[in-house]
Design a protein around this ligand. Structure first.
Ligand code: GLC
Length: 743
């Protein structure tokens, strides 16, 4: 995955270069050109205009006033938040009344499931299982396509190092390499065997770019980062998604180094459409074009439209900027017709590829919808992905897995019976949705064998301890206590930034009260983000991070609690000890005064009141079994930049349970013309081993793994010594070696 920045000069040339040798037009391109030639300026602008249905259409859509009238007049190219075969067919029918009968695209935020809800993306990232992640997107696409949806606004690939930002739940965490692998897996899952298939939807890679670097973790806030950080940390997953063939991109609300993404030519034209040769189209985020007025980047909606279209944004989502201003801007020659035509071509090409001109209603088939949306196997896939997303953070004295023969289990906490919360933010909500709560999952698992003593104890956010006494009494009657604490599903997500990311309310006081009964306590932390829970981390006997796991949450958690699945998840994002540490991430720089003992005393870089290290590190996660790492070998310890070395090591299951381990490969270039992180993930493999079984894992290290941006921002390698580290967490390195790259 090569990412090379564009030196300024190239950027200038790109704009003026005309490609004398145009490739012969494809069959679709010929149709696009033929249609384009018939279109009036207003009809062209209509294709660049996207509206949302008012509210999520959970019931039959009624005549939507002006928007539907505009569709009939050919002034709308796409809708979002219209869903279901029936409603999409009805609204598509309005487009068929327009002069040229150009079909609408129907987009929806199918972020982690359409009818079957999957774990939130950050949870799935914890599985480190690309096949599972791809299958999740595949099912989501199949169901959405059956529901009349052509286009999902996913995958969200924003790297996030700040858990105060509520949208961390929607991405793949802090690492560019893991994030890139997941981005590609999700694009392949959504687009399946290619656009035009009735189970494929267009992916939309978002939010381009660096939205996750918002200062202070405050959603929509300013992003001001170096070019090197942009290219090295935030762009790789976008490039991986583009290379995977993503059909569309969505830009972002934030400004990047002074220029809002929606009006950012460097991002949209020079990098995405220029350097990366992206042939799809870019949609703005909701109203992000007109928001450039609030940014202070445009004096009014008209200038905002001019900036956006000229910077490379193709479609205006609910900004009403293009539809109200583009015709005038073209007449005033502030926007060249060639740019409008380019945007229209990109959108029409996707409509042809989706087969919508052959049959505008092909995805709006109620018979197929009823068959596809409720398939039992989809729930099995959801349960499998959910199990794999659970991270075992602590298991003192192998308390877990629990025996199914326990007579009395106390189930305590405000999320023990929560079902709606299991869906997480950005789920497609249904009135008759069924989400398996932890309580129901335990009932399903244990039947009448075990007495489940339930007590809520407290609410998620309230401060009343009036429920503690009952909870303590329940605990005292039990052999084991299972507690479910954390956030409500809508405490992480868009516009859900929090300055305090401790477990909310007095839930940790409840944990303390239950721990003090002396009973063995298993705590399930449920959230869309890394939370802070130092008391629980120090005093609970066992802890599982269960995120929001979707439709099959309770069943998946019960599978893990009782050993029907050995947890294999690894954290895709660091869990801080305190908000004061943020941002805290694993691939940090050494500094000139690295903190040896993890405390910043004696003029070392650190805090005097807290270790530098997070509470739980990137890549961390335990298992019910144990694994031994051995026999590290390199085929070469010295090689040139055009060669590679093959790294092998042996992993053995040395414990009593079958299980999976994520073998993680980290590298560090010890000296460079720019400083390099103390470690960077450059490879991983998730392997399954039976008790006593061994496997050899191998990685190839070459130019791609060793390249970085030098002082001139040129991508390439530099000779020098490297430290190679292999472990089962970024802070648990088990094998090390060195090698030298020579000129
Ligand atoms: C929202 C989000 C974006 C989403 C879009 C449509 O504001 O930022 O991720 O796809 O609007 O719902």
């Amino acid at each position: 995955m090569l990412l090379k920045p564009l030196p300024a000069l190239t950027i200038l040339l790109l704009g003026s270069v005309t490609f004398a040798q145009q490739k012969p037009l494809s069959a679709i391109d010929k149709k696009v050109e033929a249609l384009l030639a018939k279109m009036t300026l207003d009809e062209k602008i209509g294709q660049l205009n996207q509206y949302s249905a008012d509210g999520l259409a959970t019931g039959p859509l009624t005549e939507n006033g002006n928007k539907f009238q505009q569709i009939k007049e050919g002034k709308v190219g796409a809708m979002l938040n219209v869903r279901g075969a029936k409603d999409t067919r009805m609204v598509q029918g309005y487009a068929m009344q327009s002069r040229l009968k150009i079909p609408l695209l129907f987009g929806l935020d199918v972020i982690h499931g359409y009818r079957t809800t999957f774990p939130i993306p950050l949870a799935e990232a914890a599985s480190w299982d690309m096949r599972a992640i791809q299958s999740s997107a595949r099912v989501s696409a199949t169901e959405a396509a059956a529901g009349g949806i052509h286009w999902t606004f996913a995958p969200m690939v924003d790297i996030a190092r700040d858990p105060r930002w509520g949208r961390v739940m929607e991405g793949a965490g802090e690492d560019p390499y893991l994030g890139s692998m997941i981005a590609a897996a999700r694009v392949h899952g959504f687009q399946g065997n290619g656009l035009g298939n009735l189970d494929a939807v267009m992916a939309c890679v978002k939010h381009f770019a660096a939205y996750g670097a918002a200062i202070g973790g405050r959603d929509y806030n300013t992003v001001d980062i170096s070019d090197r950080t942009l290219w090295e940390t935030y762009l790789p997953p976008f490039k991986a998604a583009a290379d995977a063939g993503a059909a569309t991109f969505m830009n972002s609300f934030n400004e990047l180094n002074g220029i809002p993404a929606s009006g950012n030519r460097y991002l949209q034209t020079d990098i995405l459409k220029g350097k990366w040769h992206f042939k799809g189209f870019i949609v703005s985020d909701w109203g992000s074009i007109s928001e450039m007025v609030a940014h202070g980047f445009a004096k009014d909606g008209k200038q905002a439209g001019e900036e956006a279209i000229n910077a490379g944004n193709d479609m205006d989502m609910e900004g009403h900027s293009y539809i109200n201003n583009l015709a005038q801007l073209v007449k005033e020659k502030k926007v060249p017709m060639s740019r409008v035509d380019d945007a229209v071509r990109r959108i029409l090409r996707k409509k042809f590829e989706m087969g919508l001109f052959d049959d505008p209603y092909r995805f709006s088939n109620e018979d197929r919808e009823s068959k596809v949306l409720n398939l039992a196997p989809n729930h099995e896939i959801a349960r499998d992905v959910a199990r794999k997303s659970i991270v075992l953070l602590k298991n003192d004295n192998e308390l877990l897995p629990l025996s199914k023969n326990l007579k009395n289990i106390a189930l305590i906490g405000p999320l023990a019976k929560a079902d709606k919360d299991m869906m997480g933010f950005w789920s497609v909500m249904w009135e008759n949705d069924h989400l398996v709560s932890l309580y129901e999952g335990l009932q399903n698992k244990l039947g009448n064998n075990t007495n489940l003593l339930y007590s809520q104890g407290c609410d998620v956010t309230d401060t009343s301890k009036r429920g503690f006494a009952e909870a303590i009494a329940a605990a005292k009657q039990a052999e084991v206590v299972i507690m479910a604490v954390g956030e409500h599903f809508d405490m992480s997500g868009e516009a859900k930034s929090r300055a305090n990311i401790h477990i909310p309310g007095i839930q940790e006081d409840l944990v303390k009260a239950i721990v003090e009964t002396g009973k063995p306590v298993v705590v399930l932390t449920m959230s869309g983000r890394p939370m802070i829970f130092n008391y629980t981390a120090d005093h609970a006997n066992a802890i599982l991070q269960t995120w929001w796991l979707g439709s099959e949450a309770g069943n998946a958690i019960a599978d893990v609690l009782f050993g029907d699945y050995n947890p294999s998840g690894k954290l895709p994002m660091s869990f801080p000890r305190s908000e004061g540490q943020i941002p805290v991430y694993y691939n940090y720089k050494s500094t000139g005064r690295p903190s040896q003992n993890d405390l910043g005393i004696n003029y070392r870089s650190g805090y005097n009141d807290l270790p530098n290290s997070p509470r739980y590190a990137f890549g961390y996660g335990l298992s019910y079994t144990t694994f031994a790492f051995s026999d590290l070998k390199l085929s070469k310890n010295k090689f040139s930049k055009n060669e590679s070395t093959t790294v092998t090591c042996t992993i053995k299951n040395t414990g009593p349970y079958a299980g999976e381990e994520v073998v993680q490969l980290y590298l560090r270039q010890l000296v460079g013309t720019v400083t390099r992180p103390v470690k960077e993930l450059k490879g991983f493999e998730k392997i399954s081993l039976k008790p006593g079984e061994s496997k050899t894992v191998s990685f190839v290290i070459g130019k791609e793994q060793l390249s970085f941006y030098n002082q001139q921002m040129q991508w390439g390698t530099e000779p020098g010594e490297f430290r190679l580290m292999i472990g089962n967490s970024s802070d648990h390195i088990l094998l090390q070696d060195k090698f030298e790259l020579v000129n």
